[in-house]
Design a protein around this ligand. Structure first.
Ligand SMILES: NC(=O)C1=CN([C@@H]2O[C@H](COP(=O)(O)OP(=O)(O)OC[C@H]3O[C@@H](n4cnc5c(N)ncnc54)[C@H](O)[C@@H]3O)[C@@H](O)[C@H]2O)[C@H](O)CC1
Ligand SMILES: [K+]
Length: 549
């Protein structure tokens, strides 16, 4: 799904009307229906609802939603911030229809004093924020600003129409002290804007941000951002497997990593990568680890195959000097994942150099990235031209790879990732909240699943395994395989946290929730696309088949 800027969204609205003959008021009616339905589902217990409306079309959406909610017998107060005389176009039409319906209490507030007179309206079961949408130009002023304090002081949950008022649609992150309405849910329309995929729009990370289709055809959505939502790629794992499946059809993942001995005990890392690759559906998975680490790794699962790597005295893996042995390691393998727990010695560097010069699709993570950062010339000329190479740095590793500071990475994640991927012809997965997947073509996908519970050792090892596992199954579609992997890994963790707690989550806990993540139809749930949060009716306590739609 494309991400559109505010200006591109307006152009899309115009094209929908002018080229596809859909009246703009129909778009408003559909937007309002999406908000009203979502409010009734998510805030099912709310009886007293206050809809705060600005004088633009965002307010118009709110008015039309109020009319629908009033029609369901709910006690709805519509507070218009400003004079009705200033309403124009669709918003004026919405106000007229609201008056005709007569099922809501209408309050017009034209001064700050009048806000005080109507303070009871802020004691509601739900506030719907339809004050400002994509037409907002910062900084916030006037009655919108005056009402903000009342909303902040209210105990009522807040559902934002299109955007939390005060958050500019193109703004990726706030600076912390701007004036923005609080939100406990966001319903936006047609396509996400940058704020919806990069911004922390809601009070808590697990509250819903959804996109509702309201009638604009795909052909009307043009964007020059070359930015997409990663969740759409999940479709690749939702195609049922054919009857005559056998393990040979789903690839063979080779995981290379691990240290054991005085160099450190990192046998768990490659084991977790291998487990995740298996859970992600790879036909076969083999972990190649230093010989002393082999029994530890093999114990993780009986399905897992292991092969010993030659080892130096410190317990680090060494590249075999025997070409035949090296080729035997890659024989029959579909994709290799290198780096988890590998160590950063000369052995690791030789292994990495060797793999980069072979033709097998490669996922490089962890120590593999740290070794690479010291010898960037290894990456020259090997990416692109049909060879799939995926790098999965966290911001610190990205900084080392790009030769800049972590702060510089974090202040310009999109361009850092995009430039690196294009320069080296690799798929660059820049991890962190809102993980980015940058492709050599310039395309960047942004992920919106995942949670603070994943800020713990092992998460990255699992992600590497999911990426390798999906690449093994969908070798001809590496872009979608990697995007889907990032999305599914975060979604599994979201399901896992729902069953437990963000503090106590272990990376391996998420393995049990891969099924939920594979089956969740984020793009087809009641018409809404779930960018963030999980539908309330999906509890992790259910079996995965029930939890799926
Ligand atoms: N396809 C869609 O997404 C559709 C969305 N719809 C809704 O329309 C709004 C955008 O409407 P627009 O009239 O362009 O702008 P707003 O209502 O967001 O804002 C205009 C309103 O706000 C005042 N204003 C602007 N800046 C400030 C400020 N800094 N402080 C105070 N007030 C400000 C301005 O004066 C106007 O009164 C979109 O978000 C959707 O909700 C359509 O309904 C259907 C298609
Ligand atoms: K709003």
């Amino acid at each position: 799904m494309k991400i559109l800027s505010a200006a591109e969204m307006q152009a899309c609205d115009r094209a929908t009307t002018e080229s596809f003959g859909i009246p703009s008021f129909d778009l408003m009616r559909h937007a309002a229906a999406a908000v009203a339905t979502f409010a009734r589902e998510r805030f099912a217990k709310a009886r007293r609802i206050t809809v705060l409306c600005g004088r633009g079309n965002n307010g118009g959406d709110g008015m039309m939603a109020a009319r629908l909610l009033g029609g369901h017998g709910l006690h709805v107060t519509v507070m218009l911030l400003g004079s009705p005389d200033g309403l124009a176009g669709d918003a004026a039409e919405a106000w007229r229809r609201l008056g005709d319906a007569g099922n809501c209490r209408l309050v017009v507030v034209e001064t700050e004093e009048q806000l005080q007179d109507h303070q009871a309206a802020f004691r509601a079961d739900l506030i719907i924020d339809a004050v400002l949408g994509t037409g907002f130009k910062p900084p916030m002023r006037g009655l919108a600003l005056a009402a903000l304090q009342w909303v902040r002081d209210s105990d009522a949950p807040v559902l934002a129409v299109d955007l939390p008022s005060g958050w500019a649609a193109d703004e990726m992150k706030g600076d912390g002290d701007e004036q923005v309405y609080p939100a406990d849910g966001v319903v936006t329309f047609t396509a996400p804007k940058p704020a919806h995929v990069f911004g922390e729009l809601t009070r808590r990370w697990n509250q819903p941000v959804v996109v509702a289709p309201i009638g604009s055809p795909d052909e009307a959505m043009a964007s020059s951002l070359d930015l997409y939502w990663a969740g759409t790629a999940q479709e690749i794992v939702q195609t049922p497997r054919p009857f005559d499946s056998n393990k040979g059809k789903y690839g063979h993942v080779l995981v290379i990593g691990g240290t054991f001995g005085s160099a450190g005990g990192k046998a768990g890392a490659p084991a977790m990568t291998a487990m995740a690759a298996m859970r992600a559906g790879a036909g076969l998975v083999t972990a190649a680890v230093p010989e002393p680490a082999l029994p530890t790794v093999a114990r993780f699962a009986p399905e897992l195959m292991t092969v010993p790597l030659e080892t130096n005295g410190l317990g680090e893996a060494q590249l075999s000097a025997d070409e035949e042995k090296r080729q035997a390691l890659l024989k029959g393998m579909t994709v290799a994942a290198v780096g988890p727990g590998l160590g950063q010695g000369s052995g690791a560097e030789a292994i990495l150099e060797w793999l980069l010069n072979e033709t097998i699709p490669l996922v490089i993570d962890a120590d593999g990235l740290n070794v690479l950062a010291k010898s960037m010339e290894l990456l020259g000329g090997v990416g692109g031209a049909g060879r799939t190479i995926v790098l999965t740095p966290h911001p610190g590793e990205m900084a080392r790879l790009a030769g800049i500071s972590t702060a510089e990475v974090q202040s310009d994640r999109l361009n850092v990732a995009r430039d690196f991927a294009a320069r080296y012809g690799v798929i660059l997965v820049l991890k962190g909240a809102h993980t980015l997947i940058a492709h050599p073509s310039g395309r960047v996908a942004v992920n919106t699943t995942g949670n603070p519970g994943m800020a713990k050792g092992g998460s990255g090892d699992l992600l590497t395994g999911v990426i390798a596992g999906l690449l093994a199954q969908f070798p001809s579609d590496p872009e979608r395989a990697v995007e889907a992997a990032v999305y599914i890994h975060g979604l599994a963790a979201d399901f896992a946290v729902r069953a437990g707690d963000e503090h106590t989550l272990l990376a391996t806990d998420t393995l049990s929730y891969f099924s939920n993540a594979f089956r969740f139809r984020s793009t087809r749930r009641n018409g809404y696309v779930w960018l963030q949060g999980l539908p309330a009716d999906l509890t992790a306590a259910k079996s995965s088949s029930e939890a799926a739609e």
